[in-house]
Design a protein around this ligand. Structure first.
Ligand code: PFF
Length: 447
């Protein structure tokens, strides 16, 4: 397909909001605070920040640069870089597509639950109590209904294309999310018990640092910045040629990390406020009751203790979560859809329905086995596949693609780049340090 007929983000802000919309999601508002609460508070926070700065950010620049050069879906882009070796390009592109689809399959189940918790308080306000209860009680029918609801929202936005679907919705939804966030933080700090959560968040307990914590922090950083699975590559391909990639990537990473840190500021104090109100959060050995407990029992319990104001806050909080999840899920679905549209010449709408529908079926399988499959699929796709695919892209950029090609691509939005510090460090860093660091971190448990 000629590049002129491809979609493009129409404004720089539109791109930043769409990419930040992809990055900001359940990973920030749920995953990061949960990991932090489980892993020694400030200790996890510090290692996570190191992972973002030292590995995830350079990789974000790499993925966006590869994508913008390719002006195509991830498979098409890799074929262009690997000129003459299409088979490796196709294999890696397909693995990325599978990883994106796996993430979407469990993400839709979690987001569906959140949608249930967003709708339930509204039903309660109009006295539809039994319907509200159905939405927040774990049953197969409810899981499937809510998953289907969320999947259909994702499909709806993606089939509308880049400017009209992804950009328009991200630009509308992201600012709402930020406003809702600040209202809730202001509220939580008026409550007794909040300061204890703040201390837990900010004072590191280094006794928790272990190989597992370091691997988890790396996975969390890759997940949070939507790396590895081709999302940032395909968003990069819709980025205008005059955009300065390192600067744009810095802005996206800063927004993403800012939201995660802010979410910690909301959720950890909210936990200790709930504790103060008599809600049990940790078991006797000091572990979180479950990773879902934080969002699905601690927070609703906390909202309940707040009376009618709690109903409004609950609806607001869960709407916020669904918004954040939707701007991420659309970016996941865009990966296989763009491959089908450009590599197989499929109609965008049909491709979106067929692929989105197939992933929804996979989500239904997960719905029927939530206890085992969510954690397993999340572990395989986010903790292992995302960083390993990241290492693959570092190798593509550092070893397969010619250094001059990389420079030319970056110069388009930043003609002076060759003389700056960034260009002195980053190409070597991605070529050597990133892949070695990723493999070394996976090797930690064996040393
Ligand atoms: N970054 C998203 C989050 O933090 O929730 C998750 C995500 C989106 C992962 C897109 C992977 C992806 F391709």
């Amino acid at each position: 397909m000629a590049s002129s007929s491809r979609g493009q983000f129409t404004t720089r802000l539109g791109f930043i909001l769409a990419a930040a919309g992809s990055a900001v999601g359940l990973g920030n508002i749920w995953g990061f605070p949960t990991n932090t609460a489980e892993n020694g508070g400030g200790a996890f926070l510090l290692i996570y920040l190191a992972m973002v700065v030292l590995i995830a950010f350079p990789m974000l620049v790499a993925e966006l640069t590869i994508g913008r050069y390719g002006q195509s879906n991830p498979i098409g882009t890799l074929k262009k870089i690997w000129n003459g070796k299409p088979v490796i390009a196709i294999i890696l592109g397909v693995i990325a597509m599978i990883a994106a689809s796996l993430i979407l399959s469990f993400y839709s189940v979690l987001a569906g639950w959140l949608a249930g918790h967003a709708i339930a308080p509204v039903l309660e306000l109009v006295s539809l109590d039994s319907a509200a209860k159905w939405l927040v009680t774990e049953t197969l029918a409810r899981n499937m209904f809510l998953t289907a609801l969320f999947s259909l929202m994702t499909i709806y936005v993606v089939q509308r294309g880049v400017a009209d679907g992804i950009e328009k919705w991200s630009t509308r939804l992201m600012p709402v999310l930020f406003i809702l966030f600040f209202v809730m933080i202001a509220y939580i700090f008026t409550q007794d018990g909040a300061v204890k959560g703040l201390k837990m968040y900010l004072i590191p307990d280094f006794s928790h640092i272990s190989p597992k914590l370091i691997i988890d922090a790396m996975g969390q950083a890759f997940f949070s910045l939507s790396l590895g699975v081709g999302t940032m590559m395909v968003y990069g391909s819709y980025l205008k040629k005059d955009a300065n990639i390192p600067k744009t990537a810095g802005q996206v990473a800063a927004i993403d990390t800012g939201v995660a840190l802010t979410a910690g500021l909301l959720i950890l104090p909210a936990m200790t406020v709930a504790q103060h109100n008599g809600v049990q959060i940790f078991n006797d050995s000091g572990e979180l009751l479950s990773s879902g407990a934080l969002v699905f029992s601690v927070l609703p319990n906390m909202f309940e203790t707040m009376g009618t104001a709690g109903l409004f806050l609950a609806a607001m909080f869960f709407v916020l979560m669904v918004i954040a999840a939707l701007t991420s899920s659309i970016s996941m679905l865009e990966v296989p859809v763009s491959c089908a549209q450009e590599e197989l010449n499929s109609d965008r709408s049909i491709a979106t329905w067929v692929i989105g529908g197939a992933i929804m079926l996979l989500s239904f399988v997960i719905c029927a086995n939530t206890g085992t499959l969510i954690d397993l699929v999340a572990l395989v796709s986010t903790v292992y596949m995302q960083p390993l695919l990241g290492a693959a892209w570092a190798i593509v950029l550092g070893w397969v693609w010619h250094r001059n090609g990389v420079l030319k691509e970056l110069q388009q939005g930043n003609p002076e780049i060759e003389n700056g510090l960034f260009w002195k460090i980053w190409p070597w860093y991605v070529r050597f340090v990133c892949p070695i660091a990723i493999f070394a971190i996976f090797a930690l448990p064996f040393v």
